[in-house]
Design a protein around this ligand. Structure first.
Ligand code: 1CP
Length: 342
């Protein structure tokens, strides 16, 4: 049995105090990340340069001693590896050439992914050698639905209307895109595990925008296929799912997808969600990232209430969404200290 606290929680142990890592723990709120960013090429170049991606992944581990490291990369690396034009523009965010018809979809090529992502796998191998003994390395992808949102829309959006309209209006085209994403996500996560990722996470940031029937079709079913395939290829390697803004469905999602852990977003009541999740399935979350910006008593009160709600079941402490750039790193240190004082 492994000693790593995160892997113990993912295996269904209630570890006390719960282990901690934070979504977006590497990134713009850290001065040491900003220093690398200002002296290196673009975002994709940072992700694709093992020296830089390894160093950036390690920064929050050195500073805070987190129980897990999450690979420094992005969910949009997969569309980029499939051959879609993807650029990360300062002050704008990701910009992609939208996929709205068969011709655009046909230009994508799953055969490119292994070659294009080879530097990421090299980063994973280096991280496994560099990480502290008890720190777990987490690999990740976006879930097919959330990645499809960016691929169809061509970037971020308030409501991803084009994507959701395509799912209803051109179900054949949307199904082909989702099929490509299910297969390439499975293969890419499998390659991350073979390179050394000890757990993987599926980020479904926009899962909560769908109607109940579309949620089953475009979130639950594809996630279940990916989890099944990974379990067959890599028995015992845990999968964390994050169906953001869909906390009402946490139990159904856990049951039908077979994930080992459900990550809860900020708005989800942890006690209620945990009551709906099968025993032995871990829960991750879910401190409000704004409480981390506030720090102090507000942050400690919110943290205590989450700890109380999830006491006695497998729990990995995290935020309900990623760290915001304006967060004071001192507050992160305070949070880790407060949690570990229990
Ligand atoms: O150079 C920079 O600072 C660019 C900012 C940045 C960073 C640091 C982007 C652009 N991506 C990342 C890294 C990242 N993204 C990680 C690894 C680092 C870590 O967690 O420590 C991970 C796991 C992600 C995942 C990600 N990217 C998600 C899912 C989680 C979430 O936050 O909801 C999503 C939706 C993206 C897309 C994306 N990438 C970057 C931005 C600004 C966005 C959001 C676009 C939008 O507004 O919709």
């Amino acid at each position: 049995m492994t000693e790593k606290p995160i892997l113990r929680a993912l295996a269904g142990d209630d570890v006390w105090p719960p282990p901690i890592w934070l979504m977006r723990q590497a990134g713009r709120y850290l001065p040491e990340y900003r220093a690398i960013r200002d002296s290196s090429g673009g975002f994709i170049a940072r992700c694709m340069t093992p020296d830089l991606a390894t160093e950036i992944t390690l920064q929050p581990i050195r500073r805070f001693g987190m129980d897990a490291a999450i690979l420094f990369s992005d969910i949009l690396i997969l569309p980029w590896a499939l051959g879609q034009d993807v650029a990360f523009k300062d002050g704008v965010g990701p910009v992609l050439s939208p996929i709205r018809d068969t011709a655009a979809l046909d230009r994508l090529d799953a055969e490119r992914v292994a070659g294009a992502t080879a530097p990421v796998l090299e980063t994973i191998r280096r991280l496994r050698l560099a990480l502290p003994e008890l720190c777990t390395l987490i690999g990740f992808c976006g879930s097919p639905f959330t990645v499809a949102c960016y691929m169809v829309e061509g970037g971020g959006s308030r409501d991803f209307c084009e994507t959701r309209a395509m799912a209803y209006g051109d179900p054949g085209l949307f199904a082909r895109l989702m099929e490509l994403l299910v297969r390439s996500t499975t293969d890419y996560l499998s390659a991350q595990i073979s390179a050394g990722a000890e757990a993987v996470m599926l980020f479904d940031t926009w899962a909560g925008m769908l109607s109940p029937s579309q949620f089953l079709r475009h979130v639950v079913a594809p996630t279940a296929r990916i989890v099944d395939a990974l379990n067959a290829r890599h028995p015992g390697v845990p999968v964390i799912g994050f169906p953001r803004l869909a906390g009402l469905y946490a139990g159904l999602y856990a049951e039908r997808t077979g994930v080992d852990c459900v990550a809860l977003d900020t708005g989800t009541d942890p006690a209620r969600a945990a009551a709906s999740v099968p025993d032995g399935v871990a829960v991750q979350g879910n401190l409000d990232p704004i409480a981390l910006i506030a720090g102090g008593a507000a942050m400690r009160t919110e943290t205590s209430s989450i700890l109380g709600a999830l006491r006695g079941r497998p729990h990995i402490f995290n935020l309900g969404h990623g760290i915001l750039p304006q967060t004071d790193p001192e507050h992160v240190a305070e949070l880790v200290g407060f949690l570990r004082s229990h």
